[in-house]
Every structure is written in structure tokens, then in C-alpha cells.
Design a binder for this molecule. Sequence first.
Ligand code: F0G
Length: 463
Amino acid sequence: MSTNPFIRTVIEPFIIKSVEPIQMTDQCDREAFLKKAHYNLFQIRARNVLIDLLTDSGTGAMSSEQWAAIMRGDESYAGSESFARLEATIHELFGFKHVIPTHQGRAAERILFSVMCNQGDVVPNNTHFDTTRANIEFQDAEAVDLVIPEGKDPQAIHPFKGNMDVEKLRELIEKTGPEKIPLCMMTITNNSGGGQPVSMENLKAVRKVLDKYSIPLYLDAARFAENAYFIKLREPGYENKSVQEIVREMMDISEGCTVSAKKDGLVNIGGLLCTNDDILAQKEKDLLILTEGFPTYGGLAGRDLEAMSVGFREALDEDYLKYRLAEAQYLGEHLVEIGFQIIQPPGGHAIYVDAAATLPHIPPSQYPGQTLAVEFYLAGGIRTCEIGSVMFGKTAEDGKTEIPAQMELVRFALPRRTHTQSHIDYVIEIARDVYKRKDDLTGYKIIEQPPHLRHFSAKFAPC
Ligand code: F0G
């Protein structure tokens, strides 16, 4: 609450029309749930979570307009009216010639890289999201991250920490040869780098370098609206442009994009692959039919396409975006006030707490991020996500020693339009309790793990 008459609280720009009860639990219940789940938060039943901040993907609330549009869903196999409406919306908002629906972002990535990448190719990005990297590597190509140095320093303050290092891009192209670089990606906002935005100036500078070598630029545009609002707030010359104009300008700089509509599309499922290239689009549609479905539904129901059409428009609402960014900033500032170190400044969709800095007595081999995430669940039923050595630790060539991740983070991702400020205040209260006890916390060991993507199913035990 603000006591300054000139500063008003940024309120949720919606009222609640439909509710889903939370099942209250106490610490004793949660201790039992944790033991049963072998201290892996992915193995906890959602009904036993009070505040679920595991991801902002597909977990947001749809609006009454989206639910109304769902009733209009045309479920025809071919030529669905719902697709025509989605296509018209994307033509207007993004401007790309070809609009290909997919069931989610990674399906668009798989199709794009299958069509564009060959063995030995190199794809630069500011920072690849895991599924993007995995889909490139699946083609035996190499995914290279070229974010600016500030983007790798959690404490560095920079308005656009998601920017690409343009000089490094030029060097990479010269070293590799442009014929080995079928495309360059830019992730807006940069999720793996803390949800940090990319400036319009940087997009233009990247495009200028790529033009010299005739390399196309594609956007990983999952959080396109949040990125555009950061540009409006922080980039000189954009303060009086509408978010829609900024989105269009970002898209016009690129030749196409992949989109996980589960983020700024404001839907629970859906994705897009867009391009201006006629030949590529044909190949992409041919592949789409093999695994996703006919190009006028792409692995989705007609009603999902309707919800997307409305969602993409609602995400551009500036009152919504103001509240969205204020929510993350509010949580981030309070966590810092308590004493936590976070990736600065707060990003658009999540706050990333530096668990290594909070728990310096717990070495990476005993997973400080996992320890902190488990403690938040135990203390308050809050589910967060470890992004550290559990997720990214690698086994050395001896098959035994573990190489830790670069950072030990815990992500507090904020589902869209889902929680009220008192939910966030509760998270802050629990954070204060956890922080007080931080020096007494002890780490975890892995007692069983699968060969790949171990964070989803590994079993842990306290050290
Ligand atoms: N690109 C980015 C930047 C993402 O953050 C994600 C998903 C994807 C692509 C893949 O999209 O899930 O629809 O297949 N991020 C989620 C997360 C999973 O929790 O950050 P998808």
C-alpha cells in the first residue's frame, strides 16, 4: 500500500469471475508430501501446492472474452474459420506472410530447425532456451549463446541485459563462414538470462550484421509483449509509441518467429511458426502435416485457435503490461530487502534468486538451489524451480565427478493474471522466514536419476 498521495498502487486491472480453491496444507502435511516425492518438486501433486511459481508457461488465467471466443471454435479439419481469424490477427499484429499453428513453442522450433539446419551448422542466439538448444542439437548443429557480458553478471545493472554482443556475432560469422549459419535467433525476452529484454537498437544492429552475409533473423518471441513494454519504458524514442507499434517494429526487423503462445499468447496451450519465406513455409507445412496436423489447425482444436487470437491482442494492453511488470518488480524488490541476491534488475516474467549467494555453506555438489526450493515448499507450500546444478550439472568424462552449472538459481515464475498482491505478500512473508533460517539449512544428494533431463524425476535425500 502506498502512503504517498502522488504514488498509487498498481492494481490488478481485472476482477475475478471464476475461482479455483487452493487446498490449505500445513508444514506437517508438506513434510509428508516431500518425502513421498523424494524431495523433487516436479513430483508433488499440484493440489498440494499453495502458490505455484514453477513456470509462467500455460499456467495463466484466460479472460471472459477468451472463454466466450472458445464457444465460437470451428472444429473443421480443413479451412476452419477459427484459423482464418487467427491468421488475420497475426497478419495485423506481427505482419508475417505465413502463419503456421503448432501445439506449443517447441513444436515450432522442431519444424523450423528440421527445415533450416543441417549437420555441422551453427545457430547464434542471445541465449537459447533449453528446448531451442535441444532442437538445434538434435539436427547435429551447434547452438551458440552470444549475450552481452552484462547479461552473464547477475548484479550488473543494464536496461537491456538480453542484448546480443554484436561484435561477437560478427566474429562468429567470420570464423564459421556464413554458409554454415542458416539463421540467427533472438530470444525476447531472454528467459535463460533472467527474463531480460532486448532493445530495438540491438535488434537493428544484429540485423545489419546479418544482412551483410544474407543470414535471416528469427525471433523466439514467447514474451514479445513484455519485451515491447520494456522498450517503451526504457528505450529513448519509444516512450510515445504504442506497444502494438513496437511489437510490429520488432517483427518487421525479422524474417520470421517461433512463439510459445503459453506465455504472452495468454493461453494454456498453443504456439506459432511464422515466416515471410514462401519456399520455407511450404516445407514447414509439409512437415507440420506429418506430426502436428493440417495447416489450419496444427495440433490444436479450433477453440484453442480462438483463445489465441484474443490472447495475443489482450497481451498488448498497456494497463495489463504495467501491472505485469509491477508484480515482478514488487516481488524482486522485497526479496532484495530481505537480503536475497537476485538477477538484477527484475525481469518480465520471473525473479531469479541466487541460491549460491544465499547458502554459501552448501557446495554445488549438495545443490543449494534445490535446498532453497524445497525449503520454500516446506515453509509455505510455494513451488519454485531450481535452475542450477540439478538441471544443468554435467557428468565429467570419468563418469563420476559432477561439473556444476554456471549459476545456482531458484526461479519464481509468475503465471499471468493468476495471483493477487496478497498471494505475493504471502510469498514475501515465507521468504523472510526462510532467510532467517538459511544458515541452518543442509543440502541434498541425488540417490536415483534418469540418464536425461534428471530434474524432472531424480530422487533426492537430505545430506
Ligand atoms: N522459448 C522460450 C524463451 C521459452 O521460455 C519456452 C518455454 C519455449 C521457447 C518453449 O515453449 O514450452 O511452449 O514448448 N518455457 C517454459 C518455461 C517451459 O518454464 O520457461 P513451449
